[in-house]
Design a binder for this molecule. Structure first.
Ligand code: MN
Length: 522
């Protein structure tokens, strides 16, 4: 069983006050859930303690960790909201309530799908910690899904794929996304899962040895070229993600080129491009497979250089090259900023923390990722917060991070400032349930361009929540937006006044300029 001490051992800031808080929350939860058991036969307390421990491991502050212990008290016990508030104060009360409200997010087929996603994002817009607690709660529930009665397993696994996974994707939390997907996959698509397992089994034997060989060869060449300060690691594609790709490639494994990948993490962007050159010198790259997501980040902020190469023993592998801040962002997304802040503050306060902050994130929670040959080292401030970092994370997250830089002894990133995390952004939905994030005040035209420039260029009208609206209407968090397209419709100068995003303005100006050019020529 997981004890209060096991949780305390992982706190970033084990101050007397924080230790006392965790001990009190542990005893409170123990008493409140007395006599309750999980399907696994464990006392209910074990679920709460593991969730709290994982939250501590990924670097969340003491309030959030305590909430991990208390997150089911209002819903599942006789504890009243008043008692909880009196005992633990407004902050924790707010967080527990937030998680409790999210408890009713369910997958009921496509109609309710949008509604659930919407709830999740609206709750998140009040405090990102609510979402992180909920995701860790879901992760532990998925890890113990085998004990749940058969008839409930499918529903829970499907909810995970349909609701939680898109959120982790949207927020750029690659590591937790992969784990949730692979845990849900066998329940939701059992036949396809077996098929994928068969395919990967055949490959596994040779490919792992090849991959390791390739990694060694590359390390040697990088060192010879004077690049010293780098890490490499190997990964194979997640099972669910491989399934998605196989579906699009007629189940032909020869058409999947990123099953095996080597990651290279270097200190600077300049070195990323240097490494790309070296990789192409050692191995023949496949044509049309070089992707520069550093200059052109993916919509969720992901950045890396990708290239696919073929080694002398005919192994095809993808090489992913990125800086440390890009790597952290790719693994933890939005959460990485909170974690980073806590770890920094933690290091100031506890000299005993000699582990690298990253190594300390790796344990139990995120098993698949293992650093090989990586000396542990302290983060360098200028690497993490330098120009590179500023440029590379989505601007709106950076603005928030900057707004929270000053600190008055309050160790959690967003403690006491829950109202403004996403106050710069709204989340709106396509009729299919895809989430689009836009700045506050954005219009249907911004939305149309965010989906595709062809849609933007031919916008004729818009419906918000099924009602026709003017094109200059300001969209609100949670709106469902549908664009009506007219073949002959084109942007007008007026549209520039209706838009907030630079993407939309750039596209509109491009069309206006070419129209004027045509008019001059005719
Ligand atoms: Mn729970």
């Amino acid at each position: 069983m997981t004890s209060a001490q096991d949780i305390i051992d992982h706190l970033s800031v084990p101050s007397a006050e924080n230790i006392d808080l965790i001990n009190r929350a542990y005893e409170f939860a123990k008493k409140a859930h007395e006599g309750q058991f999980r399907y696994s036969g464990d006392p209910y307390l074990e679920h709460l303690a593991i969730v709290a421990k994982m939250l501590a491991e990924i670097g969340m502050g003491a309030h959030t960790v305590a909430t991990g212990l208390l997150h089911d008290t209002i819903e599942d016990t006789d504890v009243t909201p008043e008692e909880l508030k009196n005992e633990f104060g407004d902050e924790i009360f707010f967080l527990v309530q937030g998680v409790t409200k999210l408890g009713s997010v369910r997958y009921y087929g496509s109609d309710r799908h949008n509604e659930s996603l919407r709830k999740l994002f609206v709750a998140t817009s009040q405090d990102i910690r609510v979402l992180i607690i909920k995701l860790i709660d879901r992760l532990h529930n998925m890890q113990t899904l085998e004990f749940v009665p058969k008839e409930k397993q499918l529903r829970i696994a499907r909810e995970t794929l349909e609701i939680y996974v898109p959120v982790t994707h949207r927020l750029g939390m690659g590591k937790i996304r992969k784990e949730l997907e692979d845990l849900a996959f066998p329940y939701v698509y059992p036949d396809e899962f077996k098929h994928v397992i068969d395919i990967t089994k055949q490959l596994a034997k040779n490919s792992e040895a090849d991959l390791e060989k390739a990694r060694k060869a590359m390390q040697k060449r990088l060192a010879e070229s004077g690049i010293r300060d780098f890490h490499t690691s190997c990964r194979s594609k997640g099972k669910y993600s491989l399934y998605q790709k196989l579906k699009r490639r007629e189940w032909d494994m020869d058409k999947v080129h990123d099953y095996l990948a080597i990651r290279v993490v270097v200190p600077s962007i300049e070195q990323c491009y240097q490494v790309l050159g070296i990789v192409h010198e050692i191995w023949r790259p496949l044509p049309q497979r070089v992707k520069d997501y550093i200059a052109f980040p993916k919509p969720n902020g992901y950045q890396s250089l990708h290239t696919t190469v073929i080694t002398p023993n005919r192994t095809i592998l993808e090489v992913q090259i990125r800086t440390e801040s890009m790597h952290r962002e790719a693994e933890y997304g939005i959460a990485s900023h909170i974690i980073y802040k806590n770890k920094q503050l933690g290091q100031k306060e506890s000299a005993s923390q000699t582990k690298s902050w990253f190594a300390s994130l790796v344990p139990a929670l995120f098993r698949p990722f293992i650093w090989k040959n990586s000396p542990t080292r302290e983060p360098k401030k200028e690497v993490l917060l330098g120009k590179d970092h500023k440029l590379k994370i989505p601007k709106w997250i950076q603005e928030i991070a900057d707004a929270h830089k000053s600190d008055d002894g309050d160790l959690e990133f967003f403690d006491g400032r829950r109202d403004d995390f996403f106050s710069y952004r709204i989340f709106v939905f396509t009729p299919e349930g895809d989430v689009i994030d836009l700045p506050v005040g954005a219009s249907p035209i911004d939305f149309a361009y965010a989906i595709h420039s062809d849609i933007g260029d031919h916008t004729a009208g818009a419906k918000v929540n099924n009602k026709l609206v003017e094109l200059n209407t300001a969209l609100k968090n949670g709106d469902i937006v549908e664009i009506i397209i007219g073949k002959s419709n084109r942007p007008t100068r007026k549209w520039l006044d209706y838009t907030k995003t630079s993407l939309a303005r750039r596209k509109i100006r491009a069309v206006l300029t070419s129209q004027e050019a045509t008019m001059r020529n005719s």
